[in-house]
Write a protein that binds this ligand. Sequence first.
Ligand SMILES: [Zn+2]
Length: 362
Amino acid sequence: MNVNDNRILKDKTFDKSRWIQLPRDVIAGHDALKQLPLVVSDLGMKGPLLVLSGRNTMDTVGFRVVGLLEDAGFTVDSLIVGEITYEEVTRTAQYAQEKGSVLLIAVGGGRVIDIAKIVSYNIDIQFISVPTAASHDGIASSRASIRTDDGSVSVAAHPPLAIVADTGILASAPHRLTAAGYADTIANYTAILDWDMSTRETGERGSEYATALSMIAAELMVENADIIKEYDERAAWIVMKALFASGVAMSIAGSSRPASGGEHKFAHMLEKIAPGQVLHGEACGVGTILSMYCHGGDWKRIRHSLKIIGAPTTPAELGVSDEQVVEALVRAKEIRRERYTIFDSITGEQARAAVAALYEEE
Ligand SMILES: [Zn+2]
């Protein structure tokens, strides 16, 4: 080996490497649930299945899922899960191991799906997501949030191996949940602005692909605001499509960055200041208007679209006081400090001005 060969070996001009995990089968639409046994067969899973669901959802959809799978010849166990805590995650993992489950099937909203995501990751099996409400952009992502003494933290988890989203089931969920899912996706606008700002100011790594997909999801929502109506399968379809795109954007980025910026830090802080009073997606919607105002963007367009679908746009509609919202804005930076956003530098005076703008005429 001569000197030049040696230099070639040592010159590392390209050392980037990424691992992107995405769902393999995605079935969405009218009566999609009936295709669940086919999806399980397609995945080649042999062994007991474990259906996870919340107390009420187990009665309405969970046992239907158990019946469909048993009729197709599968061995199925079921478990009702509660709040997402470390204890609940451990209890669920132990149950799955006792039963020798080879696949989890999470039937429910964000909470049940997040438990399945973490448990499947911890005990190294896969899970299928069967959402019963289009309320949450974690449906397709590899991130889960878990409640701790310090509030919610986002943890690495498995993305679902498959998603079966039945629009009939999604459309029968309360409209408030669909509206919250809509607002959670609108948050992508300001999440992207914060991410862009951080790549310029702190050198954080960005992703054009994740950014483009995240923006498509948010645009899809604003353009279709007029058709997001109660008990409407087409509305459920559109919101689910956007939530799915957001989830894939997060999986591509390997973090929640494309769908979670200052508006999410604000929402998490508000959930801490006023525990149990606000719905996650709704708080994110108001946070998006406030963040867009601070970024100097078209915040009225965001507010208008949220008004059309009947989502909250003021502290009062969220069920909290103006002072609590001001406090949440100023203290948003305390959540995930490493994630740089527009609210890192907001003063009390600026926060009060932003909250006052929420009440301006259209
Ligand atoms: Zn969210």
